[in-house]
Design a protein around this ligand. Structure first.
Ligand SMILES: [Zn+2]
Length: 441
């Protein structure tokens, strides 16, 4: 990604929201040489490229702390260029990529390789989450300090949990030493052998191997105990069960540095989607029941869940067409996340737009230490990463809206409201969407 565009952009007439500083007012934003030069009323364009933000929210660039860019090794699904094209189309200026590539991101050399590749081919900022164990195998602690020094902003074996508690403790001790967050994919492997979907009435009806909530909750409970002992910062990825929300709520009340994230699909869908859509709705962790969806939404509303993350997980159409038992887990999410979060949280009145923006900017920035890079904020003199959102724009999610190599989403055809109309990365307009009303029906 080329940062030094040198161009000047004036975002005119929007509602400027910066949750980190509490700013929320009508103003223009002038960006010059990659920085926010001024936030004020009636700014002169002076030859700047003008973005009309009438009726729009002007926010810090959105941050997704959990995406899969599939490079190196699985570039038939996605690569850094295509994945970051999805990101800017969804309003994201920064993404954090998970280490379950081929090979796994478990060494400083690989972290540097991805960052160099992102600088050359990416459309937005990319930060690496590096593996906690060598090859993500859960057997030997990876060179966490080396990876952090190379630029890793978090540690995870995502795709798998670290199953051995002694290994988990050793990894958390390293994370605490490096002051980096550990992000756990909470899945007890012994409880989920061959599991395809949530264990319940639907799995029994379909005759598919179930995946109980306890497979997630027992890992979370164990890890909170280890986090308490080690003082490490611990983060639960893609929460799926109501019990996990309760465990995190209690840990936070105790003052532990424990957090969790929710993904669009877990805030909107239940296991019944599997019955209707098959592998298109096959996720890891699985979609659960309506009571879990409600608990996740309440967890966001009461401040237990502080971060939203897509878990953008591209897979080819051929792979997703396999039978339920062998089709891969996961769906894409970057292009549709903002509208779907609004659908789950803002439109029903659980939180307002400034809260939603906070969950997508300053909160993930703090989680990953990106606030130290000036990301997640919109302030004079700060980094020129800005997203312009039309909160009322209604649109139908269609194939043309998907910018990556894969189109595996169960949300095709959904009518949603709210969309990023401009994404500015380091002062450069990386994406712009025309605002003409979409014909519905
Ligand atoms: Zn995961």
């Amino acid at each position: 990604m080329n940062d030094s565009s040198g161009g000047t952009v004036l975002i005119r007439g929007g509602r400027v929201i910066d949750p980190g500083s509490g700013l929320d007012r009508a103003a223009d934003v002038l960006i010059r040489d990659g920085r926010v030069e001024r936030i004020g009323v009636g700014l002169e364009s002076g030859g700047a490229r003008v973005v009309d933000a009438t009726g729009c929210l002007v926010t810090p660039g959105l941050i997704d702390p959990h995406v899969h860019l599939r490079e190196p090794g699985q570039t038939h699904k996605e690569d850094i260029a295509s994945g970051t094209a999805c990101a800017v189309a969804g309003g994201f200026t920064t993404v954090c990529c998970m280490p379950n590539t081929v090979p796994a991101l478990d060494s400083p050399e690989l972290v540097r390789w991805v960052m160099r590749r992102a600088a050359e081919t990416g459309h937005c900022r990319v930060f690496c989450v590096s593996a906690g164990t060598v090859g993500r195998k859960g057997e030997r602690v990876a060179d966490i300090a080396g990876c952090v020094e190379a630029g890793a902003i978090g540690i995870s074996d995502d795709g798998d949990a670290i199953a051995d508690p002694a290994m988990m403790r050793a990894v958390l001790e390293q994370c605490a030493k490096c002051d980096r967050v550990f992000m756990q994919h909470c899945q007890d492997p012994a409880m989920t052998r061959g599991s395809v979907m949530h264990e319940g009435a639907v799995s029994r009806r379909l005759g598919l191997v179930g995946w109980p909530r306890e497979a997630e909750e027992t890992i979370v409970e164990r890890d909170i105990a280890i986090a308490r002992e080690t003082g490490a910062r611990y983060h639960v990825q893609h929460i799926s069960s109501a019990g996990t929300v309760d465990l995190i709520r209690r840990a936070r009340a105790e003052g532990l540095r424990v957090s969790g994230e929710a993904s669009p699909h877990h805030l909107l869908l239940t296991d019944e989607a599997i019955e209707r859509q098959g592998a298109a709705a096959k996720m890891n962790p699985p979609l659960r029941e309506w009571s879990d969806v409600i608990a996740l939404r309440e967890g966001v509303a009461d401040g237990t869940i502080t971060v939203l993350a897509t878990d953008h997980a591209p897979h080819s159409a051929d792979e997703k067409r396999r039978p339920m038992a062998t089709a891969p887990f996961g769906i894409i999410g970057l292009e549709t996340a903002l509208a779907l979060y609004a659908e789950a949280l803002v439109h029903p009145g659980l939180i307002d737009w400034p809260r939603l923006i906070g969950l997508m900017t300053i909160e993930p920035a703090r989680l990953c230490g990106l606030d130290a890079h000036g990301l997640g904020s919109l302030v004079e003199g700060g980094v020129g990463d800005v997203t312009v959102i039309d909160p009322e724009m209604e649109w139908v999610i269609g194939p043309d809206d998907l910018k990556g190599k894969s189109t595996n989403t169960p949300f095709l055809g959904w009518v949603v409201r709210g969309r990023a109309i401009a994404t500015i990365v380091g002062g450069r307009v990386a994406f712009q969407q025309t605002r003409k009303a979409v014909a519905l029906g």
